[in-house]
Ligand binder design. Structure first.
Ligand code: FES
Length: 608
């Protein structure tokens, strides 16, 4: 017997056999859940949120998942046997891969890429028809409705051989109106595009088959520029020191992107020389660094960069190892601190087309806040700093194996470690959980001060406060201890998180005030960013990272900036929208607002 399992947020229905293992069934259906332990129940990476499906949690699930996770319906897919109809909600990290498997981006967005192929069949040269090779091809394409076509010199040099190889028949690959490749007839060679998201901390790449619109591989990596400063200001200052250092930063990011594009090509078994176009999003400083441009005026009042408009540059000028005649299309920015990554998020969320108030927050080293109403989109940039990505936190780390990613205190301390290993550190979502839980329990007061047992009144707080160590002026909460090995949350870590949280919350408050909307007016809150995938909504509200919205209005959208870059790759109309968004979004410069300082200070406190 088969039962219907609905896969969300894809809205895809699967008919699965009763008795099937959920992880295996999802993988067989093309949904590649992370499961490095191969279903042994040790990596804890195959989590999905489920309802229905099977009557009970298994013993292993009860042992490995926290009480809160169990209450929220989290399951280990490898441990679940399908028994009845139900729903599976995929974690955001799996959604892009699933979209790739199902080609959903291609379904959602009509396929109308800038790079496309056309079949041609030319009349052969003869004494009575002595048109030159290029003229012959160009006339054919123009007669077929294209604007005047062009070709680089290197392409012209190839044309005679290519035409004769195919006996004047074949496939032409066009980037806009430029002929970039000629293939023999029915060669079935790939036509690929690459979407790139250049973040201050992470790089991400999505490889797209432009014949189908399918995302065939999606990978992320640390931005190697991180060795030269954790935030944009330190990178700008580094670049400022000399032209050689600016060039060094450019080379680092290009090296990182080339490694990443090789990886996606290897995974998808495609040739990098068949990538004819890359679309790029990123914050303005990263885009300047990519092009080797001096970004100093972004950092100095009145904060003016070299470009905000969309740009198209030859890939070979940058050293990006795609097809030698490939192009790099950089999406436009909105303002010096609101880059093309924000435009990508707006495209992905369709904020620019909204009729009701909707809020989006791109959480990263820079936190961008977007508030859309029927009157348009307001944006603001906040200097959240690297705390959400583990930076400047004593035991901070990225959300990779060994990171404490969630935390609970009831009063016994319970936490989840990515990969199910001994903890090595704390990632952003773990940090939010820790601070929110300690605040809820009373170990941290509203001002963020860590309290010892004698300073607390509740028994829960007193029990947890036993873990607070006082070292001179410093205090720290012991999260994990095993012999010499320990992981602590220091008072300074709490301050760092307060600065990050305060910056984003103040940005939200300022935009709500500017648009004259209240918390109750906002119909949807979208959290974007690699980190945004893992945040516990309830803890984000307890911490006061976002106003006290009803939890069902808060949604994670994964890496919205990357989604925007993919859209711009697949459909030219999206690029036109991106240009419109850049021109029409209204940027609110928070530093220019008289009440920003006061709002920021008020938002530093813990709690809603
Ligand atoms: S695959 Fe389920 S825990 Fe590893």
């Amino acid at each position: 017997m088969k039962v219907k399992i609905r896969v969300l947020p894809l809205g895809k229905d699967l008919k699965l056999k009763v008795g099937a293992n959920l992880r295996t069934a999802l993988i067989e259906a093309g949904i590649s859940l992370d499961s490095p332990c191969g279903g042994q129940g040790t990596c804890l990476k195959c989590r999905v949120q489920g309802s229905g499906i099977s009557a009970k949690f298994t013993e292993l699930e009860r042992e490995k998942l926290s009480t809160e996770e169990l209450q929220s319906g989290w399951r280990l897919a490898c441990q679940v046997t399908v028994e009845k109809p139900g729903e599976v909600h995929l974690p955001e990290v799996a959604v892009f891969r699933a979209k790739a498997s199902f080609g959903l981006l291609g379904e959602e967005i009509p396929l109308q890429p800038n790079v496309h192929r056309r079949h041609f069949e030319l009349s052969k040269p003869a004494i009575r028809d002595q048109r030159a090779d290029w003229d012959r091809l160009a006339e054919y394409l123009e007669d077929a409705g294209l604007e005047p076509v062009s070709a680089e010199l290197s392409m012209l040099q190839e044309i005679p051989d290519r035409l004769r190889e195919g006996d004047f028949e074949g496939e032409v690959v066009l980037a806009g109106n430029e002929v970039v490749a000629l293939d023999p007839p029915n060669s079935a060679r790939d036509v690929l595009g690459l979407a790139l998201d250049i973040g201050t901390t992470s790089l991400a790449a999505g490889l797209v088959d432009l014949d189908t619109g399918k995302v065939v591989a999606l990978e992320a990596e640390l931005n190697p520029q991180i060795a030269f400063g954790a935030d944009v200001i330190s990178r700008i200052m580094y670049m400022r020191e000399s032209p050689e250092k600016r060039e060094k930063l450019q080379k680092e990011v290009i090296k990182g992107l080339n490694q990443l594009l090789l990886r996606v090509c290897r995974i998808a078994r495609r040739e990098r020389e068949r990538i004819f176009e890359a679309t790029v999003v990123g914050n303005t400083t990263m885009l300047h660094a990519l092009l080797g441009l001096d970004a100093i005026h972004i950092a100095l009042a009145p904060y003016v960069g070299i470009f905000n408009r969309s740009l198209c540059v030859p890939a070979k000028e940058l050293g990006l190892q795609i097809h030698p005649r490939g192009r790099v299309h950089i999406l436009p920015s909105i303002a010096s601190f609101v880059g093309a990554d924000t435009v990508g998020v707006i495209l992905a969320t369709r904020l620019h087309q909204t009729q009701v108030p909707r809020l989006a927050i791109d959480i990263g080293t820079n936190g961008e806040v977007m508030l859309a109403t029927k009157d348009g989109v307001l944006t603001a940039s906040t200097a959240a700093g690297p705390a959400f990505e583990g930076g400047r936190i004593k035991f901070g780390m990225r959300a990779t194996k060994g990171a404490i990613s969630s935390f609970q205190a009831t009063p016994s301390v319970d936490y989840t470690v990515i990969g199910g290993t001994i903890p090595r550190g704390i990632c952003g979502s773990g940090l939010i959980d820790l601070v929110a839980e300690l605040f809820r329990a009373g170990v941290l007061n509203r001002a963020g001060r860590m309290l010892v047992p004698s300073e607390t009144s509740s028994s829960l707080a007193a029990e947890l406060a036993q873990r607070v160590r006082v070292r001179g002026e410093d205090r720290e909460f012991v999260v994990f201890k095993n012999g010499e090995r320990e992981i602590t949350l220091t008072q300074k870590d709490v301050r760092e998180l307060q600065l990050a949280k305060g910056a984003i919350r103040a940005g939200i408050e300022m935009l709500m005030k500017e648009a004259n909307v209240s918390t109750g007016d906002i119909q949807e809150v979208l959290l974007s960013g690699v980190f945004g995938n893992y945040i516990n909504r309830e803890k984000a509200v307890i911490l006061g990272l976002v106003p006290p919205f009803p939890l069902e209005r808060i949604h994670f959208i994964g890496n919205g900036a990357m989604d925007g870059a993919l859209r711009a790759l697949i459909n030219l109309e999206e690029r036109r929208w991106a240009d419109e968004i850049s021109a029409q979004a209204h940027h609110v410069e928070l530093s220019g607002k008289a009440d920003f300082e006061e709002t920021f200070v008020r938002c530093l406190g813990l709690g809603a």
